[in-house]
Design a protein around this ligand. Structure first.
Ligand SMILES: Cc1cc2nc3c(=O)[nH]c(=O)nc-3n(C[C@H](O)[C@H](O)[C@H](O)COP(=O)(O)OP(=O)(O)OC[C@H]3O[C@@H](n4cnc5c(N)ncnc54)[C@H](O)[C@@H]3O)c2cc1C
Length: 392
Protein backbone atom coordinates (compact mmCIF):
# COMPACT_ATOMS: atom_id res chain seq x y z
CA UNK A 1 0.00 0.00 0.00
CA UNK A 2 1.05 3.55 -0.52
CA UNK A 3 2.53 5.73 2.13
CA UNK A 4 0.83 8.92 1.04
CA UNK A 5 0.46 11.30 3.91
CA UNK A 6 -1.83 14.22 3.12
CA UNK A 7 -0.89 15.85 6.44
CA UNK A 8 2.71 16.56 5.43
CA UNK A 9 2.56 20.37 5.29
CA UNK A 10 6.27 20.82 4.54
CA UNK A 11 5.66 19.03 1.23
CA UNK A 12 2.24 20.60 0.64
CA UNK A 13 3.53 24.18 0.86
CA UNK A 14 7.09 23.67 -0.29
CA UNK A 15 6.69 26.08 -3.19
CA UNK A 16 4.84 28.73 -1.15
CA UNK A 17 6.72 31.69 0.33
CA UNK A 18 5.97 33.05 3.81
CA UNK A 19 4.10 35.93 2.22
CA UNK A 20 1.99 33.66 0.04
CA UNK A 21 1.09 31.50 3.03
CA UNK A 22 0.06 34.61 4.97
CA UNK A 23 -2.17 35.71 2.09
CA UNK A 24 -3.71 32.24 1.75
CA UNK A 25 -4.47 32.23 5.48
CA UNK A 26 -6.18 35.59 5.24
CA UNK A 27 -8.17 34.58 2.15
CA UNK A 28 -9.51 31.37 3.67
CA UNK A 29 -10.24 33.18 6.92
CA UNK A 30 -12.31 35.76 5.01
CA UNK A 31 -14.19 33.27 2.85
CA UNK A 32 -15.01 31.15 5.87
CA UNK A 33 -17.61 33.83 6.69
CA UNK A 34 -20.68 33.24 4.50
CA UNK A 35 -22.17 36.69 5.18
CA UNK A 36 -18.99 38.41 4.07
CA UNK A 37 -18.70 36.28 0.93
CA UNK A 38 -22.30 37.04 -0.05
CA UNK A 39 -21.79 40.75 0.50
CA UNK A 40 -18.41 40.78 -1.28
CA UNK A 41 -19.77 38.88 -4.27
CA UNK A 42 -22.76 41.13 -4.75
CA UNK A 43 -20.83 44.39 -4.26
CA UNK A 44 -18.01 43.36 -6.62
CA UNK A 45 -20.50 41.90 -9.14
CA UNK A 46 -22.44 45.14 -9.14
CA UNK A 47 -19.29 47.26 -9.50
CA UNK A 48 -18.18 45.18 -12.48
CA UNK A 49 -21.62 45.42 -14.10
CA UNK A 50 -21.74 49.20 -13.92
CA UNK A 51 -18.20 49.49 -15.19
CA UNK A 52 -16.38 50.49 -11.98
CA UNK A 53 -12.83 49.15 -11.66
CA UNK A 54 -12.63 45.99 -9.55
CA UNK A 55 -9.08 44.85 -10.37
CA UNK A 56 -7.55 46.71 -7.42
CA UNK A 57 -9.64 44.73 -4.88
CA UNK A 58 -9.85 41.39 -6.67
CA UNK A 59 -6.38 40.97 -8.19
CA UNK A 60 -4.21 40.98 -5.03
CA UNK A 61 -6.75 38.91 -3.07
CA UNK A 62 -8.99 36.09 -4.39
CA UNK A 63 -7.53 36.36 -7.89
CA UNK A 64 -3.95 35.92 -6.65
CA UNK A 65 -5.06 32.94 -4.56
CA UNK A 66 -7.02 31.07 -7.27
CA UNK A 67 -5.72 32.29 -10.67
CA UNK A 68 -2.43 32.09 -12.54
CA UNK A 69 -2.57 35.48 -14.28
CA UNK A 70 -4.39 37.52 -16.88
CA UNK A 71 -2.46 36.09 -19.83
CA UNK A 72 -0.65 32.88 -20.73
CA UNK A 73 2.69 34.64 -20.25
CA UNK A 74 1.71 35.81 -16.76
CA UNK A 75 1.00 32.16 -15.91
CA UNK A 76 4.41 30.90 -17.05
CA UNK A 77 6.17 31.51 -13.69
CA UNK A 78 3.32 29.73 -11.87
CA UNK A 79 3.74 26.71 -14.15
CA UNK A 80 7.48 26.66 -13.48
CA UNK A 81 6.99 27.00 -9.75
CA UNK A 82 4.49 24.16 -9.47
CA UNK A 83 6.84 22.00 -11.52
CA UNK A 84 9.55 22.36 -8.86
CA UNK A 85 7.26 20.21 -6.69
CA UNK A 86 6.61 17.76 -9.60
CA UNK A 87 3.11 19.16 -10.01
CA UNK A 88 2.11 20.01 -13.55
CA UNK A 89 -0.36 22.63 -14.77
CA UNK A 90 -3.40 22.89 -17.01
CA UNK A 91 -4.02 26.42 -18.27
CA UNK A 92 -7.74 27.04 -18.16
CA UNK A 93 -8.94 30.17 -19.99
CA UNK A 94 -11.79 31.01 -17.67
CA UNK A 95 -14.35 32.60 -19.85
CA UNK A 96 -17.87 31.27 -19.76
CA UNK A 97 -21.25 31.87 -21.28
CA UNK A 98 -20.18 33.67 -24.49
CA UNK A 99 -23.26 34.98 -26.29
CA UNK A 100 -21.92 36.61 -29.48
CA UNK A 101 -19.89 35.37 -32.43
CA UNK A 102 -17.24 38.00 -31.69
CA UNK A 103 -16.79 36.86 -28.06
CA UNK A 104 -16.81 33.21 -29.13
CA UNK A 105 -14.15 33.83 -31.78
CA UNK A 106 -11.98 35.61 -29.18
CA UNK A 107 -12.31 32.66 -26.79
CA UNK A 108 -11.46 30.26 -29.59
CA UNK A 109 -8.30 32.14 -30.61
CA UNK A 110 -7.19 32.35 -26.97
CA UNK A 111 -7.81 28.64 -26.38
CA UNK A 112 -5.92 27.72 -29.55
CA UNK A 113 -3.00 29.81 -28.23
CA UNK A 114 -3.18 27.98 -24.90
CA UNK A 115 -3.13 24.64 -26.75
CA UNK A 116 0.00 25.74 -28.66
CA UNK A 117 1.64 26.80 -25.40
CA UNK A 118 0.75 23.48 -23.74
CA UNK A 119 1.89 21.47 -26.75
CA UNK A 120 5.36 22.97 -26.41
CA UNK A 121 5.64 22.79 -22.61
CA UNK A 122 6.30 19.47 -20.91
CA UNK A 123 4.87 20.80 -17.65
CA UNK A 124 1.42 21.19 -19.22
CA UNK A 125 0.06 17.71 -19.96
CA UNK A 126 -3.51 18.70 -20.95
CA UNK A 127 -5.47 21.39 -22.73
CA UNK A 128 -8.95 22.22 -21.51
CA UNK A 129 -12.03 24.19 -22.48
CA UNK A 130 -15.45 25.04 -21.19
CA UNK A 131 -18.04 24.24 -23.89
CA UNK A 132 -20.38 27.13 -22.99
CA UNK A 133 -17.69 29.56 -24.16
CA UNK A 134 -18.12 28.25 -27.72
CA UNK A 135 -21.87 28.25 -28.37
CA UNK A 136 -24.79 30.49 -27.54
CA UNK A 137 -26.71 29.18 -24.55
CA UNK A 138 -30.13 29.17 -26.19
CA UNK A 139 -28.95 26.97 -29.06
CA UNK A 140 -27.08 24.65 -26.71
CA UNK A 141 -30.17 24.15 -24.59
CA UNK A 142 -32.41 23.48 -27.59
CA UNK A 143 -29.92 21.08 -29.18
CA UNK A 144 -29.64 19.23 -25.88
CA UNK A 145 -33.37 18.51 -26.01
CA UNK A 146 -32.86 16.63 -29.32
CA UNK A 147 -30.84 17.75 -32.32
CA UNK A 148 -33.33 16.48 -34.90
CA UNK A 149 -36.21 18.53 -33.60
CA UNK A 150 -34.17 21.75 -33.15
CA UNK A 151 -34.99 24.86 -35.21
CA UNK A 152 -32.78 25.74 -38.18
CA UNK A 153 -31.03 28.59 -36.37
CA UNK A 154 -29.98 26.30 -33.49
CA UNK A 155 -28.84 23.64 -35.94
CA UNK A 156 -26.62 26.24 -37.60
CA UNK A 157 -25.16 27.20 -34.21
CA UNK A 158 -24.63 23.51 -33.49
CA UNK A 159 -22.66 23.09 -36.72
CA UNK A 160 -20.45 26.07 -35.79
CA UNK A 161 -19.85 24.56 -32.34
CA UNK A 162 -18.84 21.22 -33.90
CA UNK A 163 -16.39 23.04 -36.16
CA UNK A 164 -14.83 24.95 -33.24
CA UNK A 165 -14.49 21.84 -31.10
CA UNK A 166 -12.98 20.01 -34.06
CA UNK A 167 -10.43 22.81 -34.47
CA UNK A 168 -9.36 22.62 -30.81
CA UNK A 169 -9.18 18.82 -30.76
CA UNK A 170 -7.26 18.73 -34.06
CA UNK A 171 -4.69 21.18 -32.72
CA UNK A 172 -4.29 19.24 -29.46
CA UNK A 173 -4.01 15.92 -31.32
CA UNK A 174 -1.30 17.44 -33.51
CA UNK A 175 0.84 17.75 -30.37
CA UNK A 176 -0.30 14.34 -29.08
CA UNK A 177 -1.75 16.40 -26.21
CA UNK A 178 -4.88 15.29 -24.39
CA UNK A 179 -7.77 17.73 -24.14
CA UNK A 180 -10.38 17.91 -21.36
CA UNK A 181 -13.90 19.11 -22.06
CA UNK A 182 -15.53 20.47 -18.92
CA UNK A 183 -19.06 19.51 -17.85
CA UNK A 184 -21.83 22.09 -17.62
CA UNK A 185 -25.41 22.40 -16.34
CA UNK A 186 -27.50 19.31 -17.10
CA UNK A 187 -29.76 21.16 -19.57
CA UNK A 188 -26.71 21.84 -21.79
CA UNK A 189 -24.97 18.52 -21.41
CA UNK A 190 -26.64 16.14 -23.94
CA UNK A 191 -25.38 17.97 -27.00
CA UNK A 192 -21.91 18.36 -25.47
CA UNK A 193 -21.81 14.60 -24.77
CA UNK A 194 -22.78 13.88 -28.39
CA UNK A 195 -20.07 16.12 -29.86
CA UNK A 196 -17.42 14.78 -27.45
CA UNK A 197 -18.34 11.23 -28.50
CA UNK A 198 -17.83 12.14 -32.16
CA UNK A 199 -14.40 13.61 -31.29
CA UNK A 200 -13.42 10.54 -29.28
CA UNK A 201 -14.22 8.26 -32.21
CA UNK A 202 -12.12 10.48 -34.47
CA UNK A 203 -9.10 11.21 -32.26
CA UNK A 204 -8.83 8.38 -29.72
CA UNK A 205 -7.64 5.62 -32.04
CA UNK A 206 -4.25 5.09 -30.39
CA UNK A 207 -4.75 6.70 -26.98
CA UNK A 208 -7.23 8.89 -25.14
CA UNK A 209 -6.75 12.36 -26.59
CA UNK A 210 -10.29 13.63 -25.94
CA UNK A 211 -11.72 13.41 -22.41
CA UNK A 212 -15.36 13.92 -21.47
CA UNK A 213 -16.36 15.03 -17.95
CA UNK A 214 -18.80 13.11 -15.73
CA UNK A 215 -20.44 14.98 -12.84
CA UNK A 216 -21.07 12.26 -10.31
CA UNK A 217 -23.59 14.37 -8.36
CA UNK A 218 -25.98 13.35 -11.14
CA UNK A 219 -27.65 10.02 -10.39
CA UNK A 220 -27.60 8.97 -14.06
CA UNK A 221 -23.85 9.38 -14.71
CA UNK A 222 -22.54 6.04 -13.42
CA UNK A 223 -24.82 4.20 -15.85
CA UNK A 224 -23.83 6.56 -18.65
CA UNK A 225 -20.14 5.98 -17.89
CA UNK A 226 -20.62 2.21 -18.15
CA UNK A 227 -22.50 2.55 -21.44
CA UNK A 228 -19.82 4.87 -22.82
CA UNK A 229 -17.00 2.50 -21.88
CA UNK A 230 -18.87 -0.46 -23.40
CA UNK A 231 -19.47 1.54 -26.57
CA UNK A 232 -15.78 2.49 -26.77
CA UNK A 233 -14.87 -1.18 -26.42
CA UNK A 234 -17.32 -2.21 -29.14
CA UNK A 235 -16.37 0.61 -31.51
CA UNK A 236 -12.67 0.19 -30.77
CA UNK A 237 -11.50 3.54 -29.52
CA UNK A 238 -9.85 4.67 -26.29
CA UNK A 239 -11.93 6.67 -23.86
CA UNK A 240 -10.80 9.57 -21.66
CA UNK A 241 -12.93 10.11 -18.56
CA UNK A 242 -12.63 13.07 -16.25
CA UNK A 243 -14.53 12.80 -12.97
CA UNK A 244 -15.82 15.63 -10.81
CA UNK A 245 -18.61 15.72 -8.26
CA UNK A 246 -20.22 18.77 -9.91
CA UNK A 247 -20.24 22.51 -9.29
CA UNK A 248 -23.80 23.66 -9.92
CA UNK A 249 -25.90 21.73 -7.42
CA UNK A 250 -27.91 24.64 -6.05
CA UNK A 251 -29.05 25.94 -9.41
CA UNK A 252 -29.75 22.42 -10.70
CA UNK A 253 -32.08 21.75 -7.78
CA UNK A 254 -33.70 25.19 -7.98
CA UNK A 255 -34.43 24.86 -11.72
CA UNK A 256 -35.83 21.34 -11.36
CA UNK A 257 -38.15 22.59 -8.65
CA UNK A 258 -39.18 25.70 -10.58
CA UNK A 259 -39.86 23.86 -13.85
CA UNK A 260 -41.29 20.83 -12.09
CA UNK A 261 -39.09 18.02 -13.45
CA UNK A 262 -37.17 15.31 -11.64
CA UNK A 263 -34.11 16.65 -9.80
CA UNK A 264 -31.05 15.36 -11.72
CA UNK A 265 -28.89 15.52 -8.56
CA UNK A 266 -28.33 12.65 -6.13
CA UNK A 267 -30.45 12.70 -3.00
CA UNK A 268 -27.51 13.33 -0.66
CA UNK A 269 -23.73 13.75 -0.47
CA UNK A 270 -23.21 10.08 0.46
CA UNK A 271 -24.87 8.97 -2.79
CA UNK A 272 -22.64 11.34 -4.78
CA UNK A 273 -19.56 10.00 -2.99
CA UNK A 274 -20.62 6.39 -3.57
CA UNK A 275 -21.08 6.89 -7.33
CA UNK A 276 -17.89 8.94 -7.58
CA UNK A 277 -15.81 6.21 -5.99
CA UNK A 278 -17.56 3.45 -7.98
CA UNK A 279 -16.81 5.36 -11.18
CA UNK A 280 -13.11 5.47 -10.29
CA UNK A 281 -13.05 1.76 -9.51
CA UNK A 282 -14.99 0.80 -12.63
CA UNK A 283 -12.68 2.86 -14.85
CA UNK A 284 -9.57 1.37 -13.28
CA UNK A 285 -10.99 -2.09 -13.95
CA UNK A 286 -11.28 -1.07 -17.61
CA UNK A 287 -7.90 0.65 -17.79
CA UNK A 288 -6.96 -1.28 -20.95
CA UNK A 289 -9.09 1.19 -22.93
CA UNK A 290 -9.67 3.96 -20.37
CA UNK A 291 -7.65 6.98 -19.21
CA UNK A 292 -8.74 8.57 -15.95
CA UNK A 293 -8.62 12.15 -14.71
CA UNK A 294 -9.63 12.34 -11.05
CA UNK A 295 -10.62 15.99 -10.43
CA UNK A 296 -11.29 16.30 -6.73
CA UNK A 297 -10.29 17.82 -3.42
CA UNK A 298 -11.65 14.81 -1.61
CA UNK A 299 -8.88 12.97 0.21
CA UNK A 300 -10.73 9.66 0.37
CA UNK A 301 -11.39 9.59 -3.41
CA UNK A 302 -7.77 10.54 -4.11
CA UNK A 303 -6.39 7.82 -1.84
CA UNK A 304 -8.86 5.26 -3.14
CA UNK A 305 -7.65 5.68 -6.72
CA UNK A 306 -3.96 5.72 -5.74
CA UNK A 307 -4.31 2.54 -3.71
CA UNK A 308 -6.42 0.71 -6.28
CA UNK A 309 -3.88 1.55 -8.99
CA UNK A 310 -1.16 -0.14 -7.00
CA UNK A 311 -3.36 -3.10 -6.07
CA UNK A 312 -4.03 -3.66 -9.78
CA UNK A 313 -0.28 -3.64 -10.40
CA UNK A 314 -0.18 -0.29 -12.21
CA UNK A 315 2.77 1.96 -11.59
CA UNK A 316 2.06 5.23 -9.75
CA UNK A 317 3.17 7.17 -12.82
CA UNK A 318 1.02 5.22 -15.30
CA UNK A 319 0.32 7.75 -18.03
CA UNK A 320 -3.38 6.81 -18.15
CA UNK A 321 -4.00 7.94 -14.56
CA UNK A 322 -4.14 11.57 -13.40
CA UNK A 323 -5.05 13.45 -10.25
CA UNK A 324 -6.06 17.09 -10.27
CA UNK A 325 -6.95 19.89 -7.90
CA UNK A 326 -7.67 23.56 -8.55
CA UNK A 327 -4.87 26.09 -8.20
CA UNK A 328 -4.91 27.62 -4.71
CA UNK A 329 -6.71 24.67 -3.12
CA UNK A 330 -5.78 21.32 -1.58
CA UNK A 331 -2.03 21.61 -2.14
CA UNK A 332 -1.67 18.95 0.55
CA UNK A 333 -3.24 16.42 -1.85
CA UNK A 334 -1.44 17.63 -4.98
CA UNK A 335 2.11 17.84 -3.67
CA UNK A 336 1.98 14.74 -1.48
CA UNK A 337 0.60 12.62 -4.33
CA UNK A 338 3.27 14.00 -6.66
CA UNK A 339 5.99 13.20 -4.13
CA UNK A 340 4.72 9.60 -4.03
CA UNK A 341 5.21 9.46 -7.82
CA UNK A 342 1.62 9.89 -9.04
CA UNK A 343 0.73 12.13 -11.99
CA UNK A 344 -0.72 15.40 -10.72
CA UNK A 345 -1.74 18.50 -12.65
CA UNK A 346 -3.44 21.55 -11.19
CA UNK A 347 -6.10 23.51 -13.08
CA UNK A 348 -4.67 27.03 -13.35
CA UNK A 349 -7.44 29.43 -14.40
CA UNK A 350 -6.38 32.57 -16.21
CA UNK A 351 -7.94 35.51 -18.00
CA UNK A 352 -8.94 39.13 -17.45
CA UNK A 353 -10.27 39.74 -13.94
CA UNK A 354 -13.73 40.64 -15.25
CA UNK A 355 -14.06 37.32 -17.10
CA UNK A 356 -12.86 35.26 -14.18
CA UNK A 357 -15.35 36.76 -11.69
CA UNK A 358 -17.99 33.97 -12.06
CA UNK A 359 -15.25 31.38 -11.44
CA UNK A 360 -13.99 33.26 -8.38
CA UNK A 361 -17.51 33.64 -7.04
CA UNK A 362 -17.96 29.87 -7.30
CA UNK A 363 -14.67 29.23 -5.48
CA UNK A 364 -15.57 31.64 -2.69
CA UNK A 365 -19.08 30.20 -2.30
CA UNK A 366 -17.88 26.63 -2.54
CA UNK A 367 -15.29 27.19 0.16
CA UNK A 368 -17.97 28.70 2.33
CA UNK A 369 -20.57 26.00 1.73
CA UNK A 370 -18.50 22.84 1.39
CA UNK A 371 -18.41 21.32 4.80
CA UNK A 372 -14.95 21.36 6.28
CA UNK A 373 -12.97 22.45 3.19
CA UNK A 374 -12.01 25.90 4.44
CA UNK A 375 -11.39 24.65 7.95
CA UNK A 376 -9.08 22.04 6.51
CA UNK A 377 -7.12 24.61 4.47
CA UNK A 378 -6.79 26.88 7.50
CA UNK A 379 -5.64 24.04 9.74
CA UNK A 380 -2.95 22.97 7.27
CA UNK A 381 -1.70 26.53 6.66
CA UNK A 382 -1.55 27.19 10.42
CA UNK A 383 0.37 23.96 10.99
CA UNK A 384 2.88 24.90 8.29
CA UNK A 385 3.37 28.44 9.60
CA UNK A 386 4.04 27.01 13.08
CA UNK A 387 6.40 24.41 11.69
CA UNK A 388 8.41 27.08 9.85
CA UNK A 389 8.59 29.25 12.95
CA UNK A 390 9.95 26.33 14.99
CA UNK A 391 12.48 25.49 12.30
CA UNK A 392 14.10 28.94 12.56
C1 LIG B 1 -9.58 19.72 -11.48
C2 LIG B 1 -11.02 20.03 -11.33
C3 LIG B 1 -11.82 20.23 -12.46
C4 LIG B 1 -13.18 20.54 -12.33
N1 LIG B 1 -13.97 20.64 -13.44
C5 LIG B 1 -15.33 20.75 -13.30
C6 LIG B 1 -16.21 20.65 -14.42
O1 LIG B 1 -15.79 20.47 -15.56
N2 LIG B 1 -17.55 20.77 -14.19
C7 LIG B 1 -18.07 20.93 -12.94
O2 LIG B 1 -19.30 20.96 -12.77
N3 LIG B 1 -17.26 21.02 -11.87
C8 LIG B 1 -15.91 20.93 -12.01
N4 LIG B 1 -15.10 20.97 -10.90
C9 LIG B 1 -15.68 21.29 -9.56
C10 LIG B 1 -16.22 20.04 -8.89
O3 LIG B 1 -17.36 19.59 -9.60
C11 LIG B 1 -16.63 20.23 -7.43
O4 LIG B 1 -17.53 21.29 -7.32
C12 LIG B 1 -15.51 20.50 -6.46
O5 LIG B 1 -14.32 19.89 -6.84
C13 LIG B 1 -15.90 19.99 -5.06
O6 LIG B 1 -16.01 18.58 -5.04
P1 LIG B 1 -14.86 17.65 -4.42
O7 LIG B 1 -14.95 16.29 -4.99
O8 LIG B 1 -13.58 18.34 -4.62
O9 LIG B 1 -15.10 17.71 -2.84
P2 LIG B 1 -16.17 17.21 -1.79
O10 LIG B 1 -16.09 18.23 -0.71
O11 LIG B 1 -15.98 15.80 -1.40
O12 LIG B 1 -17.58 17.31 -2.48
C14 LIG B 1 -18.35 18.47 -2.58
C15 LIG B 1 -19.30 18.20 -3.72
O13 LIG B 1 -20.21 17.12 -3.37
C16 LIG B 1 -21.46 17.34 -3.99
N5 LIG B 1 -22.49 17.47 -2.94
C17 LIG B 1 -22.42 18.27 -1.82
N6 LIG B 1 -23.55 18.18 -1.10
C18 LIG B 1 -24.37 17.34 -1.76
C19 LIG B 1 -25.69 16.86 -1.54
N7 LIG B 1 -26.41 17.27 -0.48
N8 LIG B 1 -26.23 16.00 -2.44
C20 LIG B 1 -25.54 15.59 -3.53
N9 LIG B 1 -24.28 16.00 -3.78
C21 LIG B 1 -23.69 16.86 -2.94
C22 LIG B 1 -21.33 18.63 -4.80
O14 LIG B 1 -20.96 18.27 -6.10
C23 LIG B 1 -20.19 19.36 -4.11
O15 LIG B 1 -19.53 20.27 -4.96
C24 LIG B 1 -13.74 20.67 -11.02
C25 LIG B 1 -12.94 20.48 -9.90
C26 LIG B 1 -11.60 20.14 -10.03
C27 LIG B 1 -10.78 19.90 -8.81
Amino acid sequence: MTTINFENTAVAFKVRSKRELGRAFLMFKLISRPGLVKLGNSVIGMMARIGLPVNWIVKPTVYAQFCGGETINECAPVVEKLATGQVRSILDYSVEGSESDVEIEKALQETLKAIDFAGKNENIPFAVFKPTAFIKSRALEILSQGEEKADEESKKEGAKFRERVLKMCTKAAGYNLSILIDAEDSWYQNFIDQVVYEMQVKFNKEKAIVFNTYQMYRWDRLDLLKKDVERARKEKYFIGVKFVRGAYMERERARAMEKNYMDPIQKDKESTDKDYNSALEYSLENIDITSIFNGTHNEFSSKLMAEKMLTLGLSASDERCWFSQLYGMSDNISFNLALAGFNVAKYVPYGPVKHVLPYLTRRAEENTSVKGQTGRELKLITAERRRRKKEK
